[in-house]
Design a protein around this ligand. Sequence first.
Ligand code: ATP
Ligand code: LTN
Length: 333
Amino acid sequence: MEQQKKVMLSGIQPSGDLHLGNYLGPLRHWPEMIEEFDCYFFMADLHTITVRQNPADIRRRTLTQIAQYIACGLDPEKCVLFVQSHVPAHTQLAWVLDCFTMFGELSRMTQFKDKSAKNAENINAGLFTYPCLMAADILIYQPDFVPVGEDQKQHVEICRDVAVRFNGIYGDVFKVPEPYIAKVGARIMSLNAPETKMSKSLPEGCVFLMEKPEDIMRKFKRAVTDSDTERCVRYDPQAKPGVSNLIQIHAAATGKSYEVIEAEFEGKGYGAFKPAVGEAVVECLRPIREETERLLADKTYLEQVYRTGAERAAYVAGKTLRKVYKKVGFLPQ
Ligand code: ATP
Ligand code: LTN
């Protein structure tokens, strides 16, 4: 009998253009998974409106993100690619999960604390219950694994807690998924502030996937290195956060080990190292940018991809939602 494939799911919000942190953290690993697992990858557009957005930007970024997913190697024939808002079962399940998630649990979420500190004038209910929608995104496909960057681990943990709580009351409805966090690249730091993670909200320290090679080189040449007297290329995140981040980026972009990189730049200093990392990144991103541009010129193809994806996703999501509705006692239609 053919063994059933394990299921994997992940998404990224189209709230900013995709950057090197998104790529070297989770996205780069997704294509390896599509052969081995049944994979669902989506554009988490519903999540973006917890912060005020320009509507035209959401549309443009969502479409670009689909093209980028494909350009990074996610073959739409081999995995399910879709837009979150095209599958209403996510929000339907989210409401149910809202009622099984505690105020105290949500108050402890670091992302909520960070984002509400940054947007003090718009601490809306969606920002607070965001983890319930994320739990619904996940649980509705019954995945075994959720590949994300380290900063999302807490959200996957609350999702597991809610699933266990729900299963404890109604029986085994949800599979309890594991977060899956790659070691190299799990946390790419900002190029000009290596103590904070690379993020679109700090654009000078952030390299975007669609950025021109000359802009990428400029950002790497200006990258903050450390003020220690040693000035050698050595991986030591405590003493040398800036250089260690660059080593990590080089390693993730080229597949070389930290030791090989250290040996390659022994005695060469930061002046030679920074442009070399820039070049490695430019070469790593070039095929992705070119393929994304090619795909964006073919809107009909992209539309067909996300329509088919939404149909396939809705079929699976509908099954879980019907089971949940029945368990909680809603009268069947
Ligand atoms: P924000 O600026 O709102 O924090 P972001 O730019 O960090 O957003 P997200 O949409 O939150 O991007 O992240 C999408 C995915 O990329 C998540 O799985 C997240 O863990 C991962 N990720 C984001 N930034 C990094 C980073 N610097 N290093 C590694 N992974 C990252
Ligand atoms: N919260 C995530 C995006 C996201 C997600 C998900 C990731 C929304 N739903 C489900 C994995 C699984 C973020 O901000 N990066």
